[in-house]
Design a binder for this molecule. Sequence first.
Ligand code: SF4
Length: 325
Amino acid sequence: MEETEKILVIENLKKYFKTTFGTVKAVDDISFDVRSGETFGLVGESGSGKSTTGYLTMGIYTPTAGRVLFKGQDVSIHAVKRPKHIKKDMSIVFQDPASSLNPSKTIRDIVGLPLKIHGLVTNSSELTERVAQLLETVELPPERFMHRRPGDLGGGEKQATAIARAIATHPSFVVLDEPTSALDVSIQAKIIKILIKLQQELKLSYLFITHDLSLMRNVASRVAIMYLAKIYEYAPARLFFHNPLHPYTKMLLSSVPVLTDEEEALKPKEVKSTGEVSSAINPPPGCRFHPRCPFASKICKAKEPEFVLTEPGHYVACHLNTKKR
Ligand code: SF4
C-alpha cells in the first residue's frame, strides 16, 4: 500500500501483571505502526495479548515499558492523564456491547455523553439533534431508538449504538476490539459494512483486533499476528494471506474455512500443532511457539528468533527465515 502518515506508533511495548501465581507477561516487547486511513489488523488466539495491546493504546492500562505515540505525541500514560484533545481524537469499540452500555441510560444519554464531556454541544436540543445524526449514520432510525435503553435492543443494535458513541467526538483513530465476535453471523456483516462506510466517510484509522482470520482477509490493509504476548509476523494483507511464512500463521490459516476455489488454492498446507499453548506466566525460552511447532529444532528452544524482512513490508520472526533485515 501507499505509504501514508503514521498515526499510531507502538514501540517496544510491554505490559506485565503481577498475580499471586507469578508475573503474567501479557504483552512483551511488541512494535508496529498504524497509518492514516488504514485498517491495521491484530490477530491471534485468545490470550495472545491483542486486547491488552488495544487497552494500552487507549490508556486503559499503562505500559510496563515501551511507548505509545499518537500523532507524534507520547501518550504512554493512563487515559485520565492524557490531554483532552487526545482523548477526543482516539476511541474504542468493545467486544461486548451489552456490558459496555449503561443499562439504566437511554440511547440519547449514552451517545450524547461524549458530546457533553468534550463540550461539543451547548444545549439539550443541539444534543438531541447531534445524537439523531449519529444514530442515522449507524443506521438506527432516531425516532425508534433515541429514547430506548440498551436492554430493549438486539445485539447488532447495541453494537451500532456503541459505534455511534465511539464516533461522537469525530475521532481520527478507533480501536475495534473484536467488534463483531459477540454477534450473530447475519448481523456481523451489517456491522462490518457500517464500519467500512464510516472509515471512508470520516477518514478513520482502525486498529482492528480479532481472532477471525476470514474477517481480517476482508477488512485489513496490513496484518500482524500475536502469539503469547509477542508479534511473530506482519505484512501487507495481500502478502500475509497469499504468502504466509511463520508456521503459526500457516497453522491458523490452514484451519480457516474458505468459500471459493481460489481461496482453497491459496490455503497453506496443513500445519498440525504438536503440543499445548504454554503459560504466559512462564513462557518457553527461545521461540515461544516451539512446543507446538512441527519444525522446531535445537536453536528454536535456545534462541529467540529476530525479525527479518523477507519482501517489501513483510517481516517474520522464525529461524526458518534467515534473510537479514
Ligand atoms: Fe517453529 Fe522454530 Fe520457527 Fe519457532 S523459530 S516457528 S519453533 S521453526
